[in-house]
Design a protein around this ligand. Structure first.
Ligand SMILES: Nc1ncnc2c1ncn2[C@@H]1O[C@H](COP(=O)(O)OP(=O)(O)OP(=O)(O)O)[C@@H](O)[C@H]1O
Length: 331
């Protein structure tokens, strides 16, 4: 099926890369080949609009961390360019990074210090931070991530979720135009994931652009306004999450007390990948047939149809349609 063929890099069905004052991150043909020869990022054109919660989605090893490292000026690209907050990276690292809060590969914390003392230490390491307002800044940051009650506990006694929240608090000590979070919910239990996700939504609601990487499709659907999908170092597509999902066709869903007969008729009508679960029969709608005809065929074959419709496509459907592969959700 031609829908399942791999798209050219950067030629997703939605919007192409744009640059301008409203683009917080913009890359052009950004490429990284590691010394061992591994092509980790291949010709990436990324455009992250200001004010978005931008999900950078891809299975493990697809090049997300490598891209983030280049964006933050931690490693040099092999070729191509990256602009963050309008400035070229890594050249402008020193002016850009103070405006960016980053949480990459888990926060570096001192376990023997309390959560509060860790933040005081972070703040004092920042030469631009006024020592007279340090305590207030730290208390506000603790409050923001919901750690005030646990602020005196040693960080080593924190759960992983609390450590991530403390890392976020450190990133929030100064007002930021951009937050970059690399797999912020990785390793967390469902409760910890919920906490971080709602925190991200809250942070975004005051206008901060959030760029977060994840290998979890449902996380991106729940939290992000925009997304870019990576596979094997290449950009598969990018754009508003609602449009990405809409780019894929939804599945046909028939509810019936006669699922066996319904499945047979649907196959005859050209419906592919027919799956029966109790009284629900689903499948890929045929390209060359009006769905009204498919419904009529069911009815005239004596199938009692209780429900007939298209289920909204998910980002996962879009990913499968674009790459021809299933998305390894467990990562
Ligand atoms: N320092 C390095 N030297 C050589 N190869 C590397 C290095 N770092 C990463 N790679 C390789 O580059 C590719 C992309 O890795 P990267 O860590 O960017 O992916 P990722 O999408 O962030 O995945 P993960 O979520 O597992 O970190 C992988 O094949 C990886 O093995």
């Amino acid at each position: 099926m031609e829908e399942r063929s791999t798209a050219e890099p950067g030629s997703g069905p939605v919007t192409g890369p744009e640059t301008g004052p409203d683009t917080v991150i913009a890359t052009r043909a950004l490429t990284k080949r590691y010394r061992g020869g591994q092509l980790a990022v291949d010709g990436l054109d990324l455009a992250v609009p200001a004010g978005s919660v931008f999900g950078f989605l891809g299975p493990n090893g697809s090049g997300k961390t490598t891209t983030i490292r280049m964006l933050m000026g931690l490693i040099e690209p092999t070729s191509g360019t990256a602009r963050v907050l309008g400035q070229p990276m890594p050249r402008a690292t020193r002016t850009v990074l103070p405006q960016v809060g980053a949480l990459i590969e888990g926060p570096a914390l001192y376990g023997f210090l309390s959560g509060r003392d860790n933040l005081l230490r972070y703040d004092s390491a920042d030469p631009t931070a006024d020592p007279r307002t340090r305590r207030t800044r730290v208390e506000v940051a603790l409050d923001r991530v919901g750690l005030t009650a646990a602020a005196s506990k040693k960080a080593k006694a924190y759960s992983l979720g609390m450590k991530q929240r403390l890392g976020l608090a450190a990133a929030l000590l100064q007002p930021r135009r951009l937050l970059v979070l690399d797999e912020p919910t990785n390793g967390l239990d469902p409760q910890g994931m919920r906490e971080i996700r709602s925190l991200v939504r809250e942070l975004a609601s005051d206008g901060t652009t959030v760029f977060l990487s994840s290998h979890l499709l449902d996380e991106i659907e729940q939290v992000c306004t925009h997304a870019a999908v990576m596979a094997q170092g290449r950009l598969i597509t990018q754009g508003p999450v609602s449009e990405l999902a809409a780019g894929a066709r939804g599945r046909l869903v028939v509810t019936t007390p006669d699922p066996g007969d319904a499945a047979r008729v649907l196959k005859e009508q050209g419906v592919a990948d027919v799956v029966v679960t109790e009284d629900r029969v689903t499948g890929e709608p045929p390209d060359d047939r009006d769905l009204a005809e498919v419904n009529a065929a069911l009815v005239s074959a004596g199938v009692r149809v209780r429900g007939f419709g298209l289920e909204r496509a998910s980002l996962e459907d879009a990913f499968v349609a674009l790459t021809g592969e299933g998305f390894d959700v467990a990562g």
